[in-house]
Design a binder for this molecule. Structure first.
Ligand SMILES: Nc1ncnc2c1ncn2[C@@H]1O[C@H](COP(=O)(O)OP(=O)(O)OP(=O)(O)O)[C@@H](O)[C@H]1O
Length: 577
């Protein structure tokens, strides 16, 4: 069976089985290890939960967060305060509340991430961590000055049983992250990490994706801090410094902490490196240098250990099965869908103008696409075709003019327009490679889909099977998967910006046949931008030609393509016409 069609371990059963095995191993370690190693094991479990959180915000959602231990400090502070106040519920309830409190702080910290990226976000989060350092030293943790130790739960008072409890908490966190990553939030994190524009075009909120990533990450950080408090009894600011947050981030990047096993591996390094240095008589702070060097290596190689190991594994599997990237595979399509006659205009654009400084990219453009119709938009390079799609779909707020969808005004940001029934694809690849074909299609479609419906639509366009990881799909097929996802959203209209650009030329005919049948099969109108005039000719009855941002000609295909002004605009390309 090809790798792509193998059923991956996604069902509930296998993760639960692994979880049970992990708890059993934790139990074995708790009874089998020497006392000192049990203590080190606790530290590793605490670090693993913090790294798991970093894996969500950095690895999955692609944002820099250098204050993970500040979130841990929030969790530790809440647990210490509730312990001191002898609040009802006991340690586990306090732990949960500490995690939730850190999650709320995570949302607040995530707010700047809505506007900031890269180094700016790094500065903000590191600044917050540094400010927290100073504040904690001033404030101290509740109960510390009075020497009130945090009470572990009754059944877990000794180190061995507390280690087992910590393992159970870690396993629960891993399961939560596993299932979250496979749900809508997880798809949103992957999508936003790869392309914010692609995320918005799918009607998904970039803001929600970023904030949920920060919230989940911080909640896990808070839980790790709370657990640490139970481990050591009294929390001290020295456990949550900004330099440690920075080192943890480096470790997350280096190990690939978005992969659950690698978060655990990173945590083992976090504990083992300083411990080994201590045994060799080297000051433990040199551990930061080691982590720094590992981080530099990971950043310069552009990869991480976890991804490299998986890639190695997949390469071996592929060489066993003798295939590489998966492309499109057109099958015969049995019946011809009866195309309904074009109806009233579903999309009307009036007097649309866009300027980029001195450049008038669009000047008073009018177009209309009828219901069940396909309008082709052609024009030489730089004519304004992509600008037209960007403006209609809300990506150019400076655009002047009116856009109507289904008789009503279409305004607002791209997410709102997508949800109103206007979808678009991009000239560049905006399909996140971290998802499977199915997860991506479900994310983009934003409605409940039967497995059969997805499989039929994929097969119609010759796309790889639903379970195929997108990282294994070639760019041409990925762009068709993008088309399928948007069509399954059942929008009123789909704007396609050079959808055939990544396909081998011989596939264009088959693709054109499929496109022609889209209105009948999916009930969706199309606006098609293409440079391949044969494809446009085979798909579109009506064509609009843009040149220097203006409509040069519009109307039935034969008339437009015979228009002398159009021929002149395509000077040098006339033989194509
Ligand atoms: N962000 C931008 N800033 C400045 N100028 C821009 C920007 N985007 C587009 N333009 C200019 O607007 C004009 C129209 O560009 P656009 O990309 O819409 O053309 P196009 O018809 O899609 O071209 P192609 O077929 O090469 O994709 C060009 O002169 C281009 O240089």
């Amino acid at each position: 069976m090809p790798l792509a069609e193998r059923k991956p371990a996604r069902s509930i059963g296998i993760p639960l089985l692994i979880a049970v095995v992990a708890v059993a191993v934790g139990y074995g370690l708790s009874v089998g290890l020497e006392g000192y190693f049990v203590y080190l094991g606790m530290s590793a479990v605490v670090a693993a939960i913090a790294l798991l959180g970093l894996g969500v915000v950095t690895g999955s959602a692609g944002m820099i967060s250098l204050c993970q231990l500040t979130f841990a400090a929030v969790g530790a502070w809440v647990v210490s305060a509730l312990n001191k106040a002898e609040a009802p519920g006991g340690f586990l309830v306090w732990l949960l509340l500490g995690g939730l409190a850190a999650g709320v702080v995570g949302i607040l910290v995530g707010l700047p991430a809505l506007r900031l990226r890269g180094i700016n976000l790094a500065v903000v989060t590191l600044g917050l961590a540094a400010a927290a350092d100073l504040t904690l030293v001033q404030l101290q943790f509740p109960g510390v000055s009075e020497g009130i130790s945090v009470l572990r739960p009754d059944a877990f008072t000794d180190d061995r049983s507390y280690f087992l409890l910590a393992v159970v908490v870690l396993v629960a966190c891993c399961l939560a992250v596993y299932f979250l990553r496979r749900g809508r939030w997880g798809s949103g994190w992957q999508a936003v990490a790869f392309s914010e524009r692609g995320t918005a075009a799918a009607g998904a909120s970039v803001r929600t994706s970023k904030l949920t990533a920060f919230a989940v990450s911080a909640t896990l950080g808070g839980i790790s801090g709370g657990l640490l408090t139970g481990q050591v009894g009294l929390a001290f600011p020295a456990s949550f410094t900004s330099i440690q947050s920075l080192a943890l981030y480096v470790l997350a990047i280096m190990s690939g902490a978005h992969l659950i096993d690698m978060a655990v591996f990173g945590a083992v390094l976090w504990v083992a490196v300083p411990e080994l240095l201590k045994r060799w008589g080297v000051p433990q702070d040199w551990g930061y240098v080691v982590f720094g060097l590992l981080g530099v290596q990971a950043l310069t190689s552009g990869g991480n250990l976890g991804t490299a190991l998986r890639e190695l594994w997949h390469r071996r599997a592929r060489s066993r099965e003798g295939n590489g990237h998966v492309g499109i595979e057109h099958r015969e399509v049995e019946t011809v869908d009866e195309a309904p006659p074009p109806g009233p205009p579903v999309l009307v654009v009036r007097d649309l103008s866009v300027r980029f400084g001195q450049v008038a990219a669009l000047s008073s453009v009018d177009i209309a696409v009828p219901e069940h119709g396909i309008l082709g938009v052609i024009g030489p390079n730089g004519a304004g075709k992509s600008t037209l799609v960007d403006a209609i779909s809300g990506f150019l707020p400076q655009a002047q003019g009116e856009v109507e969808l289904g008789g009503g005004p279409l305004t607002g940001p791209p997410t709102r327009r997508a949800r109103s029934g206007l979808r678009r694809t991009f000239q560049q690849d905006r399909v996140p490679p971290g998802l499977t074909v199915e997860a991506y299609v479900r994310f983009v479609a934003r409605r409940r889909l039967a497995t059969r419906e997805i499989a039929d639509a994929l097969e119609f366009f010759g796309c790889p099977p639903a379970r195929t990881p997108l990282s294994r799909v070639d760019v041409g097929a990925r762009r068709l998967v993008e088309v399928v996802g948007h069509l399954l959203a059942r929008p009123r209209i789909l704007l396609l910006d050079e959808p055939a650009a990544g396909l081998p030329h011989e596939e264009h005919v088959a693709f054109g046949e499929r496109l022609r049948r889209v209105p009948a099969r999916f009930g969706v109108s199309l606006l098609l931008i293409e440079h391949d005039l044969d494809l446009v000719r085979s798909v579109c009855d009506t064509i609009t030609v843009l040149d220097f941002g203006q409509v040069l000609a519009t109307g039935p295909q034969a008339e437009v393509l015979a228009d002398p002004a159009v021929l002149k605009a395509y000077m040098g390309e006339t033989e194509l016409l």
